[in-house]
Design a protein around this ligand. Structure first.
Ligand SMILES: NC(=O)C1=CN([C@@H]2O[C@H](COP(=O)(O)OP(=O)(O)OC[C@H]3O[C@@H](n4cnc5c(N)ncnc54)[C@H](OP(=O)(O)O)[C@@H]3O)[C@@H](O)[C@H]2O)C=CC1
Ligand SMILES: N[C@@H](CCC(=O)N[C@@H](CSC=O)C(=O)NCC(=O)O)C(=O)O
Ligand SMILES: [Zn+2]
Ligand SMILES: [Zn+2]
Length: 382
């Protein structure tokens, strides 16, 4: 039994006190897990663009003060009553997409979206409607059911998965979001799959590069990377892109990027992916997709109030617009296998970690996201 079991833990966390403000690394109090909950000692966390999206005030579900972070890995410190799926000492990854295996969504076999804790998660609360975090005497909200920017966090038992304990935490934290999101968006494509097809990927950040890498792994023919930053060409090619298009240059030449892509691919790529969160890009990605069968997958998360539009004719003429959350991956069922694949050298992870930071440098880590050469910044929480 751990010496902290059943007690309030005082530790450090990066607190987002208000939208648009830098995070403040300070002492917080973390309550013990209640029934059906798990308290985790977080060792490493990645910073995803979605954390920045919420910090910046663009998330309609954003609540403040909050502890952000959803791409972490750590060790179970203690469990609440009735928890049998994990135990103290287990190496785990928190899941922002829960998997209860009992709800209508889980039982449908059609989606990875679980309904068990999603409503309270969106309110920044645990399933009983309360928070386990306090700072400066105030209640602090949870985020995405994970809050990995704290040295200790509490999650629902359906929102955590035990993984192979020989895997390095500083790498497998990326299995909490970026890697499965990209991997699943490609490998779980409905229909005949992406092998042998032409693909266009808009946005060459962690997600876009992961989509490119997975498309290469499954045997796509042409993989066209599209970004506004010319420096992304080399990195996109190193992840498997066969071509690079600077969409800013295409626009400056007076052409729409979708028309250009249709032109150079004899009718359009078979599969396109938005990995930017920009609704104009989502439209271009849909309209670039091949008439009759092209499929556009939206992965990017758009700001509050933004809406997508296109002429319905684009859909009438056989293009499909779909979306993908956490790559369609069922975390408790599939993440252990993905971690094992990483350990077996079958799944790329290391190459995405370009920057490392200490917890006290969390804001510098957010700054890294905007430098153009950062795929993922991993923060050491100790
Ligand atoms: N659906 C899901 O489950 C998930 C969604 N996401 C979302 O996916 C998106 C990508 O995340 P991530 O890879 O971490 O973010 P990044 O910011 O690292 O990557 C986005 C990339 O898109 C580029 N870009 C921006 N505008 C355009 C444009 N008009 N045309 C082409 N490229 C453009 C950016 O360039 P520059 O750097 O120059 O701005 C950057 O290279 C985000 O919206 C994120 O919130 C993330 C994880 C899971
Ligand atoms: N809170 C936002 C929506 C944010 C969103 O779409 N999140 C993605 C994961 S992004 C990870 O980096 C997701 O999984 N969505 C499914 C879900 O159930 O949230 C808003 O309200 O617009
Ligand atoms: Zn994310
Ligand atoms: Zn469920």
């Amino acid at each position: 039994m751990s010496t902290t079991q059943g007690k309030v833990i005082t530790c450090k966390a990066a607190v987002a006190w208000a939208a648009k403000e830098p995070l403040v690394v300070e002492e917080i109090e973390v309550d013990p897990p209640k029934a059906g909950e798990v308290r985790i000692h977080i060792l490493y966390t990645g910073i995803c663009h979605t954390d920045e999206y919420t910090r910046s005030g663009n998330d309609p579900e954003g609540k403040f003060p909050a502890i952000l972070g959803h791409e972490g890995a750590g060790i179970v410190e203690s469990v609440g009553e009735g928890v049998t799926s994990v135990k103290p000492g287990d190496h785990v990854i928190p899941l922002y997409t829960a998997e209860c295996r009992e709800c209508k969504f889980c039982k449908s076999g059609k989606t990875n979206l679980c309904g068990k804790v999603r409503a309270t998660q969106g309110q920044g609360l645990m399933p009983d409607g309360t928070s386990r975090f306090r700072a400066r005497g105030q209640t602090v909200y949870h985020f995405m059911g994970t809050s990995t920017f704290s040295q200790y966090t509490v999650v629902a038992d359906v929102s955590v998965v035990k993984v192979n304990d020989s895997a390095p935490f500083e790498k497998i934290c990326l299995l909490g979001c970026g890697i499965p999101t990209a991997w699943g968006a490609v490998t779980k494509m409905p229909g005949d799959g992406v092998a042998g097809s032409n693909v266009a990927v808009f946005g060459c950040g962690c997600i876009g590069l992961g989509v490119i890498n997975t498309a290469r792994t499954v045997g796509a023919s042409r993989i066209i990377a599209v970004d506004i930053n010319p420096n992304k060409e080399a990195v996109a090619r190193s992840f498997g892109a066969t071509e690079f298009v600077n969409s800013k240059e295409i626009a400056q030449s007076g052409k729409r990027i979708q028309d250009y892509l249709v032109e150079i691919t004899d009718g359009g790529p078979d599969f396109t992916f938005d990995c930017t969160g920009n609704v104009d890009v989502m439209r271009a990605a849909l309209e670039a997709a091949h008439k009759g069968w092209g499929v556009c997958t939206v992965i990017g998360v758009a700001p509050a109030g933004a809406e997508i539009s296109t002429r319905p004719f684009q859909l009438v003429t056989g293009r499909t617009w779909r979306g993908s959350a956490f790559g369609g991956v069922k975390g408790r069922t599939e993440l252990p296998g993905l971690v094992d694949d990483y350990l077996a050298g079958k799944l790329e992870v290391d190459k995405y970690v370009t920057h490392s930071r200490a917890l006290d440098e969390m804001n510098e880590g957010f700054h890294d996201l905007h430098t153009g050469d950062c795929i993922r910044c991993v923060v050491s929480m100790s």
